[in-house]
Design a protein around this ligand. Structure first.
Ligand SMILES: [Cu+2]
Length: 338
Protein backbone atom coordinates (compact mmCIF):
# COMPACT_ATOMS: atom_id res chain seq x y z
CA UNK A 1 0.00 0.00 0.00
CA UNK A 2 1.26 3.44 -0.91
CA UNK A 3 2.07 5.26 2.34
CA UNK A 4 1.33 8.67 0.90
CA UNK A 5 -2.32 7.76 0.48
CA UNK A 6 -2.73 7.83 4.25
CA UNK A 7 -1.54 11.35 4.76
CA UNK A 8 -5.11 12.61 4.34
CA UNK A 9 -6.42 10.38 7.08
CA UNK A 10 -5.57 12.58 10.05
CA UNK A 11 -7.15 15.80 8.72
CA UNK A 12 -10.25 13.91 7.59
CA UNK A 13 -10.68 12.30 11.01
CA UNK A 14 -10.16 15.65 12.75
CA UNK A 15 -12.71 17.41 10.56
CA UNK A 16 -15.22 14.58 11.08
CA UNK A 17 -14.74 14.78 14.87
CA UNK A 18 -15.18 18.55 14.82
CA UNK A 19 -18.39 18.19 12.81
CA UNK A 20 -19.72 15.52 15.16
CA UNK A 21 -18.98 17.55 18.28
CA UNK A 22 -20.88 20.44 16.71
CA UNK A 23 -23.99 18.25 16.68
CA UNK A 24 -23.96 17.74 20.40
CA UNK A 25 -24.13 21.39 21.48
CA UNK A 26 -25.70 21.69 24.92
CA UNK A 27 -28.81 23.74 24.25
CA UNK A 28 -28.65 25.23 27.74
CA UNK A 29 -25.30 26.77 26.85
CA UNK A 30 -25.86 27.85 23.28
CA UNK A 31 -24.73 31.32 22.31
CA UNK A 32 -26.06 30.70 18.78
CA UNK A 33 -29.67 30.56 19.94
CA UNK A 34 -30.09 33.75 21.99
CA UNK A 35 -33.19 34.57 24.03
CA UNK A 36 -32.18 38.13 24.88
CA UNK A 37 -31.20 41.38 23.14
CA UNK A 38 -27.56 41.32 24.23
CA UNK A 39 -27.19 37.78 22.91
CA UNK A 40 -28.90 38.77 19.65
CA UNK A 41 -26.50 41.67 19.15
CA UNK A 42 -23.57 39.36 19.70
CA UNK A 43 -24.94 36.74 17.33
CA UNK A 44 -25.47 39.44 14.69
CA UNK A 45 -21.84 40.40 14.96
CA UNK A 46 -20.73 36.77 14.73
CA UNK A 47 -22.85 36.26 11.61
CA UNK A 48 -21.72 39.52 10.06
CA UNK A 49 -18.02 38.68 10.44
CA UNK A 50 -18.48 35.09 9.30
CA UNK A 51 -20.30 36.24 6.13
CA UNK A 52 -17.57 38.72 5.36
CA UNK A 53 -14.84 36.16 5.97
CA UNK A 54 -16.66 33.59 3.85
CA UNK A 55 -16.79 36.19 1.03
CA UNK A 56 -13.04 36.74 1.26
CA UNK A 57 -12.46 32.99 1.48
CA UNK A 58 -14.58 32.33 -1.62
CA UNK A 59 -12.78 34.95 -3.71
CA UNK A 60 -9.31 33.81 -2.66
CA UNK A 61 -10.08 30.12 -3.17
CA UNK A 62 -11.63 30.79 -6.59
CA UNK A 63 -8.55 32.67 -7.79
CA UNK A 64 -6.31 30.00 -6.29
CA UNK A 65 -8.08 27.13 -8.04
CA UNK A 66 -8.24 29.05 -11.30
CA UNK A 67 -4.48 29.71 -11.20
CA UNK A 68 -3.72 26.08 -10.28
CA UNK A 69 -5.59 24.80 -13.29
CA UNK A 70 -4.83 27.53 -15.77
CA UNK A 71 -1.06 27.50 -15.20
CA UNK A 72 -0.49 23.84 -14.43
CA UNK A 73 2.34 22.01 -16.13
CA UNK A 74 1.00 20.42 -19.29
CA UNK A 75 2.48 18.08 -21.84
CA UNK A 76 3.78 19.95 -24.81
CA UNK A 77 3.89 23.35 -23.09
CA UNK A 78 7.35 23.78 -21.65
CA UNK A 79 7.47 27.53 -21.16
CA UNK A 80 6.99 29.13 -17.73
CA UNK A 81 3.99 31.43 -17.31
CA UNK A 82 4.81 35.12 -17.32
CA UNK A 83 6.53 36.10 -14.02
CA UNK A 84 5.09 39.35 -12.68
CA UNK A 85 6.98 41.54 -10.27
CA UNK A 86 6.07 44.97 -8.92
CA UNK A 87 2.68 45.49 -10.50
CA UNK A 88 1.42 48.72 -8.93
CA UNK A 89 -2.14 48.28 -10.08
CA UNK A 90 -2.40 44.81 -8.53
CA UNK A 91 -0.79 45.94 -5.30
CA UNK A 92 -3.17 48.85 -4.93
CA UNK A 93 -6.11 46.54 -5.54
CA UNK A 94 -5.09 43.99 -2.95
CA UNK A 95 -4.37 46.67 -0.38
CA UNK A 96 -7.57 48.61 -0.90
CA UNK A 97 -9.92 45.61 -0.86
CA UNK A 98 -8.87 44.44 2.65
CA UNK A 99 -9.07 48.02 3.90
CA UNK A 100 -12.66 48.23 2.65
CA UNK A 101 -13.44 44.83 4.21
CA UNK A 102 -12.06 45.98 7.56
CA UNK A 103 -14.03 49.22 7.45
CA UNK A 104 -17.20 47.29 6.64
CA UNK A 105 -16.51 45.08 9.68
CA UNK A 106 -15.55 48.00 11.91
CA UNK A 107 -18.91 49.82 11.60
CA UNK A 108 -21.13 47.22 13.27
CA UNK A 109 -18.36 46.22 15.68
CA UNK A 110 -17.93 49.74 17.01
CA UNK A 111 -21.66 50.42 17.09
CA UNK A 112 -22.48 47.19 18.93
CA UNK A 113 -19.57 47.63 21.31
CA UNK A 114 -21.04 50.96 22.39
CA UNK A 115 -24.58 49.51 22.54
CA UNK A 116 -23.42 46.71 24.82
CA UNK A 117 -21.35 49.07 26.92
CA UNK A 118 -24.24 51.42 27.58
CA UNK A 119 -25.57 51.58 31.13
CA UNK A 120 -29.33 51.30 30.78
CA UNK A 121 -31.18 54.06 32.65
CA UNK A 122 -34.77 54.52 33.73
CA UNK A 123 -37.27 53.37 36.33
CA UNK A 124 -37.78 50.14 34.44
CA UNK A 125 -34.20 48.99 34.75
CA UNK A 126 -33.40 46.35 37.36
CA UNK A 127 -30.03 46.96 38.96
CA UNK A 128 -28.07 44.00 40.26
CA UNK A 129 -24.67 43.82 41.83
CA UNK A 130 -22.96 40.53 40.98
CA UNK A 131 -20.19 39.35 43.26
CA UNK A 132 -18.02 36.38 42.30
CA UNK A 133 -16.40 34.25 44.99
CA UNK A 134 -14.54 30.95 44.77
CA UNK A 135 -16.92 29.17 43.80
CA UNK A 136 -20.27 30.84 44.08
CA UNK A 137 -22.20 33.94 43.03
CA UNK A 138 -23.94 36.55 45.10
CA UNK A 139 -26.67 38.74 43.61
CA UNK A 140 -27.63 41.95 45.40
CA UNK A 141 -30.56 44.10 44.32
CA UNK A 142 -29.70 47.48 45.85
CA UNK A 143 -33.00 49.17 44.89
CA UNK A 144 -35.09 46.29 46.21
CA UNK A 145 -33.03 45.59 49.32
CA UNK A 146 -32.60 41.88 48.69
CA UNK A 147 -29.64 39.57 48.38
CA UNK A 148 -29.52 36.06 47.04
CA UNK A 149 -26.99 33.57 45.74
CA UNK A 150 -26.60 31.21 42.76
CA UNK A 151 -29.91 32.32 41.24
CA UNK A 152 -30.40 35.61 39.46
CA UNK A 153 -34.13 36.23 39.22
CA UNK A 154 -35.24 38.84 36.69
CA UNK A 155 -38.49 39.98 35.08
CA UNK A 156 -38.89 39.26 31.35
CA UNK A 157 -38.45 42.04 28.81
CA UNK A 158 -36.80 44.40 31.28
CA UNK A 159 -33.22 45.50 30.96
CA UNK A 160 -31.06 44.29 33.82
CA UNK A 161 -28.03 46.41 34.54
CA UNK A 162 -25.25 44.41 36.15
CA UNK A 163 -22.33 45.71 38.16
CA UNK A 164 -19.78 42.94 38.52
CA UNK A 165 -16.99 42.62 41.04
CA UNK A 166 -14.75 39.79 42.21
CA UNK A 167 -13.73 39.15 45.80
CA UNK A 168 -10.79 36.79 45.43
CA UNK A 169 -9.52 35.80 41.99
CA UNK A 170 -10.60 36.42 38.40
CA UNK A 171 -13.99 35.00 37.41
CA UNK A 172 -16.15 35.61 34.38
CA UNK A 173 -19.92 35.95 34.27
CA UNK A 174 -21.47 34.16 31.31
CA UNK A 175 -25.04 33.23 30.40
CA UNK A 176 -24.59 32.00 26.83
CA UNK A 177 -28.27 32.11 25.86
CA UNK A 178 -28.74 35.66 27.12
CA UNK A 179 -25.38 37.24 26.35
CA UNK A 180 -22.13 38.01 28.05
CA UNK A 181 -19.42 37.30 28.97
CA UNK A 182 -17.84 39.84 31.30
CA UNK A 183 -14.77 39.50 33.49
CA UNK A 184 -15.33 39.63 37.22
CA UNK A 185 -12.21 41.21 38.65
CA UNK A 186 -11.21 41.85 42.29
CA UNK A 187 -11.03 45.56 43.05
CA UNK A 188 -12.65 46.65 39.82
CA UNK A 189 -16.26 47.15 38.85
CA UNK A 190 -17.29 46.03 35.38
CA UNK A 191 -20.66 46.60 33.77
CA UNK A 192 -22.90 44.75 31.42
CA UNK A 193 -26.60 44.48 30.72
CA UNK A 194 -28.94 41.77 29.55
CA UNK A 195 -32.60 40.99 29.20
CA UNK A 196 -34.62 37.83 28.62
CA UNK A 197 -37.37 37.80 26.03
CA UNK A 198 -39.00 34.59 27.24
CA UNK A 199 -39.69 33.41 30.77
CA UNK A 200 -37.58 30.41 31.68
CA UNK A 201 -34.43 29.07 33.18
CA UNK A 202 -31.08 30.01 31.70
CA UNK A 203 -27.84 28.33 32.63
CA UNK A 204 -24.88 30.45 33.70
CA UNK A 205 -21.22 29.53 34.07
CA UNK A 206 -18.02 30.98 35.36
CA UNK A 207 -15.94 31.34 32.20
CA UNK A 208 -12.53 32.01 33.72
CA UNK A 209 -10.48 29.18 35.19
CA UNK A 210 -10.50 30.16 38.86
CA UNK A 211 -9.39 27.07 40.80
CA UNK A 212 -10.31 23.43 41.39
CA UNK A 213 -14.04 24.17 41.80
CA UNK A 214 -14.25 26.31 38.66
CA UNK A 215 -16.22 23.87 36.52
CA UNK A 216 -18.90 23.73 39.24
CA UNK A 217 -19.22 27.50 39.62
CA UNK A 218 -22.62 27.41 37.96
CA UNK A 219 -25.59 29.66 38.42
CA UNK A 220 -29.03 30.11 36.94
CA UNK A 221 -30.98 33.03 35.63
CA UNK A 222 -34.72 32.70 36.18
CA UNK A 223 -36.74 35.04 33.98
CA UNK A 224 -40.24 35.45 35.38
CA UNK A 225 -43.34 37.28 34.21
CA UNK A 226 -43.57 40.65 35.95
CA UNK A 227 -46.32 39.52 38.37
CA UNK A 228 -44.33 36.44 39.41
CA UNK A 229 -41.21 38.53 39.79
CA UNK A 230 -43.07 40.99 42.05
CA UNK A 231 -44.31 38.08 44.14
CA UNK A 232 -40.79 36.73 44.47
CA UNK A 233 -39.49 40.15 45.52
CA UNK A 234 -42.23 40.49 48.14
CA UNK A 235 -41.38 37.05 49.60
CA UNK A 236 -37.67 37.79 49.62
CA UNK A 237 -38.18 41.06 51.46
CA UNK A 238 -40.01 39.41 54.33
CA UNK A 239 -37.82 38.15 57.15
CA UNK A 240 -38.00 34.38 57.51
CA UNK A 241 -40.75 33.18 59.82
CA UNK A 242 -39.86 32.38 63.43
CA UNK A 243 -38.98 28.85 64.38
CA UNK A 244 -41.88 27.56 66.49
CA UNK A 245 -41.74 23.76 66.52
CA UNK A 246 -39.28 21.97 68.82
CA UNK A 247 -37.28 20.61 65.92
CA UNK A 248 -36.99 24.01 64.21
CA UNK A 249 -35.89 25.65 67.45
CA UNK A 250 -33.20 23.02 67.87
CA UNK A 251 -32.20 23.53 64.24
CA UNK A 252 -32.03 27.29 64.68
CA UNK A 253 -29.74 26.95 67.69
CA UNK A 254 -27.45 24.60 65.79
CA UNK A 255 -27.46 26.98 62.85
CA UNK A 256 -26.45 29.91 65.03
CA UNK A 257 -23.69 27.85 66.60
CA UNK A 258 -22.20 26.16 63.56
CA UNK A 259 -23.11 28.12 60.47
CA UNK A 260 -23.81 31.77 61.21
CA UNK A 261 -20.11 32.59 61.51
CA UNK A 262 -19.86 32.44 57.74
CA UNK A 263 -23.49 32.68 56.64
CA UNK A 264 -24.77 36.22 57.12
CA UNK A 265 -22.48 37.09 59.98
CA UNK A 266 -21.62 40.78 60.26
CA UNK A 267 -17.90 39.97 60.15
CA UNK A 268 -17.82 36.57 58.53
CA UNK A 269 -14.89 34.21 59.02
CA UNK A 270 -15.35 33.26 55.41
CA UNK A 271 -18.11 34.98 53.45
CA UNK A 272 -20.84 32.47 52.64
CA UNK A 273 -24.11 32.80 50.74
CA UNK A 274 -27.08 34.50 52.33
CA UNK A 275 -29.41 31.75 53.57
CA UNK A 276 -32.43 33.81 54.59
CA UNK A 277 -35.29 32.43 52.55
CA UNK A 278 -33.05 29.54 51.54
CA UNK A 279 -36.19 27.43 51.11
CA UNK A 280 -37.17 29.57 48.12
CA UNK A 281 -34.07 28.44 46.23
CA UNK A 282 -34.12 25.80 43.55
CA UNK A 283 -30.50 24.75 43.95
CA UNK A 284 -27.83 24.15 46.57
CA UNK A 285 -24.41 25.62 45.77
CA UNK A 286 -25.56 26.14 42.19
CA UNK A 287 -25.25 22.44 41.46
CA UNK A 288 -27.68 20.22 43.44
CA UNK A 289 -31.49 20.36 43.41
CA UNK A 290 -32.66 21.82 46.70
CA UNK A 291 -33.98 18.81 48.62
CA UNK A 292 -33.45 17.85 52.23
CA UNK A 293 -31.41 14.78 51.25
CA UNK A 294 -29.11 16.89 49.08
CA UNK A 295 -28.76 19.48 51.81
CA UNK A 296 -27.51 16.81 54.22
CA UNK A 297 -25.18 15.51 51.54
CA UNK A 298 -23.83 19.01 50.93
CA UNK A 299 -23.21 19.76 54.61
CA UNK A 300 -21.37 16.47 55.16
CA UNK A 301 -19.45 16.30 51.89
CA UNK A 302 -18.87 19.86 50.63
CA UNK A 303 -15.28 19.36 49.51
CA UNK A 304 -16.03 16.06 47.76
CA UNK A 305 -18.90 17.65 45.86
CA UNK A 306 -17.11 20.88 44.97
CA UNK A 307 -13.32 20.60 45.14
CA UNK A 308 -11.65 23.60 46.74
CA UNK A 309 -14.87 25.06 48.18
CA UNK A 310 -14.34 27.29 51.19
CA UNK A 311 -17.13 25.69 53.19
CA UNK A 312 -15.52 22.88 55.17
CA UNK A 313 -17.20 19.47 55.56
CA UNK A 314 -19.32 19.51 58.68
CA UNK A 315 -19.46 15.87 59.69
CA UNK A 316 -19.37 16.12 63.47
CA UNK A 317 -23.12 16.59 63.93
CA UNK A 318 -25.24 13.72 65.26
CA UNK A 319 -27.93 12.33 62.95
CA UNK A 320 -30.73 13.98 64.98
CA UNK A 321 -28.87 17.30 64.99
CA UNK A 322 -28.45 17.17 61.23
CA UNK A 323 -32.17 16.36 60.89
CA UNK A 324 -33.12 19.37 62.98
CA UNK A 325 -30.73 21.66 61.14
CA UNK A 326 -31.92 20.69 57.66
CA UNK A 327 -35.56 20.75 58.74
CA UNK A 328 -35.03 24.29 59.95
CA UNK A 329 -33.27 25.41 56.74
CA UNK A 330 -35.80 23.77 54.44
CA UNK A 331 -38.47 25.82 56.21
CA UNK A 332 -36.48 29.01 56.19
CA UNK A 333 -38.74 31.21 54.18
CA UNK A 334 -40.95 34.17 54.73
CA UNK A 335 -44.37 34.02 56.35
CA UNK A 336 -46.19 34.78 53.11
CA UNK A 337 -44.97 31.58 51.47
CA UNK A 338 -46.75 28.37 52.28
CU1 LIG B 1 -14.93 31.38 38.83
Amino acid sequence: MNQRKWRYLLPVVLIALAALSGCSIDQRLNALDPSGSAGEIQLDLINWSIMLMLGVFAIVITIYIYVLIRYRKRKGIERMPEQVHGNTKLEVIWTVIPIIALIVLAFPTVKYTFDLDEKPQGDDVIKVKVIGYQYWWEFQYPDLGITTAQELVIPVNKKVSLELEGKDVLHSFWVPNLGGKTDVVPGRINHMWLDAKKPGEYQGKCAELCGPGHSLMDFKVYAKEQADFDKWVASMKQPPKQAVSEIDKKGEALYKQNCMGCHAGATPQVPGPELNNFALRETIAGMLPNTEANLKKWIKHTEDLKPGTRMPKINYLQEDELDALTHYLMNRKSKTEK
